[in-house]
Structures are given as C-alpha cells and as structure tokens.
Design a protein around this ligand. Structure first.
Ligand code: DP6
Length: 351
C-alpha cells in the first residue's frame, strides 16, 4: 500500500569550502592519501531541492541546474546515486527530480563540487529519514551525510560542517577518519571564528584540469611520498596553529600548502601550469603588502588560477583598500568576491 511518506520534497543549502591543507591524491573508493582541513564559506552556496516518489520509469534521476537540464551533470549524479544503493537501499525503489543552483558564478575558482555534492548528500539523507522513518542522532545523521558526500566528491565531505572540518585519518587527531569529515571548529582560537576569504578572480575560464584528473596525477608522481609526509606534518602543525591563533605561523604554512599543490601539478606527467601571470603578480604584491604593513594576510589557491585571500576580520577595511588600489587591475573585470567563515549547511523548509 502506498503511504504518504513515499512522496515528498527536501531542500538543503550547503557551502563550498576552501582547503588549508590540500587533499590531492586518492586511493580505493574515494579515500584520501593524506588528511586535509578546510574552512566552510558563508556566501558560496549551492541550494538543492530533491523531490522523491516511487519509481515509475527507467530513467530515475532528473537533474536541472539553474532551471535547465544538464545532461553531463545528470549522468554524473545518476551514476553517483545508483552507486549508493548498498548504503541507502531505499534508493532502488525511488525516482528523483533534483534541481540545483549556486549563489556564486560557475568557474569562479570556487569548488562547486563540494557545495553541490554536500547539498545532494544532505537531501538524500533527509529523504531516507522521511521515507524509512528511521531516526538518527544529529551527530550520526551528519556523519552519514559526510560519508555520502565524500563518495560524490572528496572535498564535499568537509562542507557538511560549518567553521572548520578535517577529513582523513591521522594520529594527530584521533576523531579523524578517511570515511567522513569531522568538525574541528570547537578547538579553534577566536581569531579564526570569523576569518575572511576574499576570492580574487584572476580568470573565470573553465579549469584546464578537473580535480578528478588532477588526483590521478599523483598516482605515479615521483614526489608522491614526499608530498604525503609533508601533508601529514603540515596538518599536525596547522591543528596547533588553529588552536593557538599564531598568525605568523599560519601565513607561512598556508602559502606553503598552496604552492606545494601547484608545484606538484607543474612537475607531474602530463604537466599543468594553472597559475597565470596575474596570479604571480598578485602573490608578489600580497607578500610586499604583508612585509610593509605587518598585516597577517596570506593566500591560498586550489586547482585553478584564482587567489583566496585569507585574513582576520579586524583587518577587513585595510585589505579591501589594498585590493582596490593594488590588485584590482590584475583581476578579470576587476572582480572579487567577499566571503568568510560560515555556519555550515541549512535545511530549507519548503512551503
Ligand atoms: C585542490 O574534492 O574536487 O580543491 O574527490 O575527485 O571530487 P574529487 O576531488 P575534489 O578535490 C579537491 C582538490 C582541492 C583541494 C581540497 O579541496 O582539499
């Protein structure tokens, strides 16, 4: 007999995150080769609505982005959802209409797979709860959502939590796991509670290398082992820095991580140079500004040319003045996005 919990809608908003220690290299089924830690953003968000109903056709997944069908994304999402049947058996008997939109521009150098896959994972977990009536403790619920998100995109596992989240097993943090991310905010110094991330848009063009292809570059990389041990030790050092609020040490470590990631891309086969001349010009200017003013501002960069400028909230006015006078001319259409530490995903109640 059909009962009314078999049809319904769920909706979540979930943020992107910026990695301080980079996940670069994976093994097995989406397991990281080193621990990573990131800050979840406040304004770079994906909003996803999932409507579910008992299966009636063979094409079970229908996906729209910004109101348009997107066959490539739809295929990836269908494969992902199909692969989850062992973890969430209800999936086999249902059909899903999914619609998604971002608050930030496509290819802004913001990891859209992190916000998209975390929002979708949260929707699937909410749908499962509604359909099966099985209640999980809040902590178990988010752990499962992080686990599911990780299977969709590794960095998405960390977006399940506001503030700071760590993913990947390490002796430096006993709660950490390869299977899901865990929150780290409760251990951080107050200076990090409202840390700022301003994204400098050096180029809005599509990335030359997808993250998935990028991770593969680590498979036979001559420096892979050296990188993994560097990441384990940087991770351990960063946990101490996040606790103590030592911003001089923070600046040094964060830039070391970002440039190590790009060094690995440059000397892998095939090789990728994702940094643009204007990325390097901006880096030079940021470092000069830091030397001149002693303001602890630093940069990090993901697999693209755009710069994430990280700094304490107390310095916001001076940093914006610096961007407007020194960096703006290096940016595509002078564009930058102001973001900051966010509180994590939010369930949206649909009327
Ligand atoms: C450079 O999480 O996008 O942003 O698991 O293949 O989806 P997949 O990769 P993804 O990789 C992110 C790489 C990074 C660093 C990071 O966010 O830790």
């Amino acid at each position: 007999m059909k009962n009314d919990n078999q049809n319904g809608s769920v909706c979540w908003e979930s943020p992107s995150n910026i990695a301080f220690i980079k996940y670069w290299g994976k093994k097995g089924n989406q397991l990281p080769c080193n621990p990573s830690i990131s800050m979840s953003l406040k304004h770079s968000i994906t909003r996803t609505q999932l409507n579910y109903f008992p299966k009636k056709s063979n094409k079970r997944i229908h996906f729209e982005f910004d109101g348009n069908t997107q066959p490539i994304f739809e295929k990836r999402i269908a494969q992902f959802i199909d692969s989850l049947v062992n973890h969430s058996p209800f999936i086999a008997d249902f059909e899903f209409n999914i619609s998604s939109k971002n608050t930030f521009p496509h290819s802004a150098g913001i990891a859209s797979s992190a916000s998209a896959m975390s929002a979708l994972a949260l929707c699937l977990c909410s749908a499962e709860k509604n359909i099966t009536g099985k209640k999980l403790e809040e902590q178990e619920y988010f752990q499962k959502a992080s686990f599911i998100a990780r299977l969709g995109s590794g960095s998405a596992s960390r977006s399940i939590y506001g503030g700071y989240a760590a993913w990947g097993q390490t002796n430096a943090f006993s709660k950490a796991s390869n299977n899901y991310a865990v929150p780290f905010s409760q251990y951080t110094h107050p200076v990090f509670h409202d840390y700022q991330d301003t994204i400098l848009m050096i180029s809005a063009k599509q990335k030359l290398v997808s993250s998935t292809a990028g991770h593969q570059l680590m498979n036979n990389h001559p420096y892979a082992n050296a990188r993994y041990s560097q990441a384990f030790s940087n991770f351990e050092r960063l946990l101490g820095i996040l606790r103590s609020g030592d911003l001089d040490a923070f600046v040094e470590l964060i830039e070391n991580e970002a440039l190590s990631l790009h060094a690995l891309m440059m000397n892998s086969s095939p090789s990728f140079i994702l940094l643009k001349p204007n990325t390097l010009a901006a880096i030079k200017s940021i470092r000069q500004f830091r030397t001149d003013t002693k303001i602890p501002v630093c940069f990090t960069i993901d697999a693209g040319p755009n710069i994430h400028l990280l700094y304490p909230k107390s310095e916001k006015e001076e940093i914006i003045a610096f961007i407007d006078s020194e960096l703006k001319s290096l940016l595509e259409n002078g564009k930058y996005l102001l973001d900051e530490t966010g509180n994590g995903p939010q369930k949206i109640i649909i009327e």
